[in-house]
Design a protein around this ligand. Structure first.
Ligand SMILES: [Zn+2]
Ligand SMILES: [Zn+2]
Length: 421
């Protein structure tokens, strides 16, 4: 019987990690970070019999601890080439802003390239004597994968983060998954219904046009990996007049280059090329002031006004009712973005700002909502048993309840719980 240990992302979003053991061999799936003070990682695993590490996607809540493992174990890292390159970028950035307080060095980060073994969607590969792995497109960010492992005569699926709905950047997750006995699934939006994507995109474009027509500047705080590119594609498609310059700040430039190098993971490589061709890149504070003065549409991290350059723009733009600040992702309670949306005021640095700019939210999700989750999961053949992770405690409970109502076996995984199958 195989044994699975839930190392993290139990009743929380952060530090994903799953340790699979069969006889004298083991396999690790994801090993992420939780951004608390100090950052938290899953417990260390015994590495003696480790056969490899599989990574679902580049986001740091899944990849942030991978160098800790690779520096101890000379094993292969399996993920798509896009995930490899995006992870390297994100981990180097995490290292840069951590001021040396992480349990690994930049040299350890480089092991992601050194120990990498090329893996593609839909391709089955043996790992050790007991495991066989297949990756399926997860539709969450470019290169994201669901990891399916056959261990002896059983099959287990780790969904990672997934989105069944396609966007202008990502093709949707693979439909019609094969038979599985166990499914470990994310539950992020198990309590939400997302409005239709087209309506949200239309509303976003409308906000941009209205703001520009009244002579304002639009600030779109957005994460540099995935979300920034998606917004660029949406704006490009809208065919906005040339007098609406689009500026992109932060890590997005490096991400653009990586994605263009891996076109097979994009919904439309041509659309991203066109969007990148139109965008103006911001390099420094002088460019930032210029962008504000020229009245641009500015896409800048961080998505919740915490860190990145978006708070610099915020300080320049908050005081004028002609301007707009448009959030395009879910705002975690306690972040400046959420505070601003809820109260119209926000503390940035040590100062409280009374915001006169028009503050909006047009949420473009990269996760399936409750309907999408249920639809996808209940169609997996083989009557699998579901284990729910990667969600607030209430979201995990809600998804368990919904699956049970449909006659499925569902269980909310607890931290360091072990199961056998
Ligand atoms: Zn993710
Ligand atoms: Zn995640």
């Amino acid at each position: 019987m195989a044994k699975l240990t839930f190392l993290g992302s139990c009743r929380e979003v952060g530090r994903s990690g799953f340790f699979l053991e069969e006889q004298d061999e083991s396999l690790l799936i994801d090993y992420g970070v939780k951004f608390s003070e100090p950052p938290k990682f899953p417990d260390m695993i015994p590495i003696e019999n480790l056969q490899g590490v599989a990574l679902t996607h580049a986001h740091l809540d899944h990849s942030g601890g991978i160098p800790i493992i690779l520096k101890e174990a000379e094993v292969s890292l399996f993920c798509t080439p896009a995930t490899r390159d995006l992870s390297l970028l994100l981990l180097r950035d995490m290292y840069k802003i951590s001021h040396g307080r992480l349990p690994f060095s930049l040299k350890d980060v480089a092991l992601i390239r050194k120990q990498y073994e090329s893996t593609s969607y839909e391709e089955t590969m043996p790992i050790g004597r007991h495991f066989e792995m297949t990756l399926f497109n997860a539709g969450h960010i470019p290169g994201s994968a669901m990891v399916s492992i056959r261990v002896d005569d059983k099959r287990i699926l780790f969904t990672g983060d997934f989105n069944a709905t396609e966007s202008h950047l990502n093709p949707g997750a693979r439909k019609n998954l094969p038979k599985h006995d166990v499914v470990v699934t994310e539950s992020t939006y198990a309590r939400r219904i997302n409005p239709p994507r087209e309506a949200t995109e239309e509303a976003l474009i409308q906000t941009v046009i209205e703001t520009k027509e009244r002579g304002g500047v639009v600030l779109i705080p957005a994460f540099g990996v995935g979300r920034s590119q998606e917004i660029m594609c949406i704006l490009e498609r809208a065919n906005l007049p040339k007098k609406y310059p689009i500026y992109v700040d932060g890590m997005a430039r490096d991400v653009n280059e990586i994605l263009i190098r891996h076109p097979q993971y994009l919904q439309s490589p041509q659309a991203l090329q066109r969007a990148v061709g139109r965008a103006l890149i911001i390099n420094d504070d002088r460019d930032r002031k210029d962008a504000v003065r020229k009245g641009g549409i500015i896409i800048s991290p961080a998505g919740m006004l915490k860190g990145g350059a978006s708070h610099l723009y915020f300080k320049m733009l908050h005081d004028d009712p002609k301007n707009a600040i448009v959030f395009v992702s879910f705002q975690i309670p306690g972040t400046p973005g959420e505070e601003l949306l809820r109260t119209g005021k926000v503390v940035v640095g040590n100062r409280e700002f009374n915001v006169k700019a028009d503050v909006r939210q047009h949420h473009l999700s990269s996760h399936s909502d409750s309907r999408g989750l249920l639809d996808m999961l209940t169609k997996i053949p083989g009557e699998p048993e579901f284990y729910l992770v990667h969600g607030e405690s209430e979201s995990c409970d809600a998804l368990a309840e919904k699956l049970e109502k449909r006659g499925k076996k569902a269980h909310v995984a607890e931290l360091n719980e072990k199961i056998r199958f």
